[in-house]
Every structure is written in C-alpha cells, then in structure tokens.
Design a protein around this ligand. Structure first.
Ligand code: HEM
Length: 226
C-alpha cells in the first residue's frame, strides 16, 4: 500500500496481471499455484522486501568457542552477537563507527540500498527482477529471509500469504491517502518490534464492484477510511 501511494503506474500494471487471473474464475485468486506464476506480483514483493527489511533487527549468532576476529575487533568465544539488519541492509558505505562509537573503525558494507548493488537503489522498480535485470548489479546482498542453516523456515508460507493478500486487496480495492494523511509520516513512523511495524496510516479506500460486469468493468461501490 505504501508503494501504491507513490507508484500508481506499478499498481496499474500489477492490477492488470491480477485481474487477468481473476477473470479465469471465482477461485483463481486463492490458488497458490496460479498466484505463484504471476511474475510481476512476485517482482513487486521482491522489490518491497528489498526496500523494507521485515525482520529489522536481532538476528543473533554465537561466536565459536575459540572466539572470532572481525575487522579490528576481537569477540570472545560463546558470545551472542546481534546485528541490525535494518542498518546493515540500508547503509550506504555505512561507517560502523557510528554504531559502536569507535571513530577509527570504518566498515564499508554493501547493502540493498547501495548503488554498487542496485541501479537507482532508492527507487521501487519491480522490473529489475523481470525485464530489466541490468538494474541488479550484485544480488548477493539481498536476503530478506536470511541464508544458511537458520534461514526463515516459513519463507514459502509467507510468500504464499503475501501473494494472496496483495492479489485479493488489489482486485477488490483501490486506495489513496486520506485527506489529512502525509506520506512523509510513513518511514519515520516505522517501529522495530522484532518485525517491522508500520505506523497507523489513514487511507481512503474504494471498493470495486465486479458483479454484473462479467469481470470486464468496474464501478466504485463504496468509500471508507481505514
Ligand atoms: C515476509 C515474511 C517473513 C520474512 C521476511 C521472514 C524473515 C526471516 C528472517 C530474516 C529470519 C532469521 C533467519 C536468521 O536468523 O538467519 C527468519 C527466521 C524464521 N522464520 Fe521467518 N520470515 C517471514 C515469515 C515467516 C513465517 C510466516 C513463518 C512461519 C509460519 C516464519 C518462520 C520462521 C522461523 C521458524 C524462523 C527461525 C529459523 C531458525 O532459527 O532455524 N517466518 N525469518
């Protein structure tokens, strides 16, 4: 929804793909096998996860019993180390000194918001995952579900639910900012509750009415604030 408010052309394209599937029958939008084939929908999800790190912090690991040298810092063995993925993934040449108050230590970390990894990194461009792969320079920094032995056990379930939710909402509703709501309030209002919680955000929703149009047309049936 945050993206819809800034990128109406993306939503138009996405809604087109979703509505085409919906036209195949009542149950089409609830079948994961069908939803998983929607390339643009998947690209929009991938691009959203690139820009907004859902699990924003407290990914923890334990150092090996013999300890670990990381850059200029020695961490003793069997120590729990926690990194903020929000900061790591969003930093542009992130000086780690800001984080640990050690002015001489600088770490130039690549991230999902780094122009060395993604062309126009701050922009929401789903096409980089489909027709414009040249906009991805180094995808190795992109791991919203993490990697390795403790990577997300629920990845496929999560993607299934997100695909279905987005498809059902976009097929049924259109939305815009409520008159008193400012888009600039979104990002500063995000809160870390282990997962990233969005702020209360007032939208004006309009419900499409498909009945009687044979799936071909639409009308605005109602208008509510959420
Ligand atoms: C968009 C939604 C989701 C995202 C972005 C996400 C991301 C993550 C991340 C980054 C981790 C940490 C991995 C690590 O420490 O390296 C994780 C762990 C985990 N996630 Fe998810 N997750 C999502 C949804 C879900 C759902 C729906 C479930 C289950 C129904 C789930 C179950 C788990 C479990 C069990 C772990 C711990 C794995 C372990 O430590 O072995 N996740 N997830």
């Amino acid at each position: 929804m945050r993206i819809r408010l800034n990128a109406p052309e993306v939503v138009k394209k996405l809604r087109g793909e979703i509505n085409e599937l919906a036209a195949q029958g009542d149950q089409a939008l609830t079948k994961n096998a069908s939803l998983a084939k929607l390339r643009y929908l998947q690209a929009c999800i991938d691009e959203s996860l690139r820009l907004f790190t859902v699990v924003s912090t407290r990914l923890q690991r334990m150092t090996p019993p013999q300890g670990l040298q990381t850059g200029s810092r020695w961490v003793p063995g069997d120590t729990t180390v926690i990194a903020s993925s929000w900061i790591l993934y969003r930093g542009k040449q992130q000086p780690i000194s800001k984080l640990i108050d050690e002015p001489e230590a600088e770490l130039d970390t690549l991230s999902t918001k780094d122009p060395r990894c993604f062309v126009r990194p701050d922009e929401f461009i789903p096409e980089r995952w489909t027709t414009e792969p040249e906009l991805v320079l180094d995808a190795s920094v992109y791991a919203p579900f993490s990697v390795g032995r403790t990577s997300c056990a629920g990845k496929q379930l999560a993607l299934m639910e997100v695909r279905r939710t987005v498809a059902l909402i976009l097929h049924r509703y259109d939305f815009a900012l409520a008159p008193e709501q400012r888009i600039e309030a979104f990002e500063p209002g995000l809160e870390d509750h282990f997962t990233l919680n969005p702020p209360e955000f007032k939208l004006k929703c309009e419900e499409f009415c498909w009945a009687g149009f044979g799936g071909q047309g639409l009308c605005v049936e109602s208008s509510v604030l959420v």
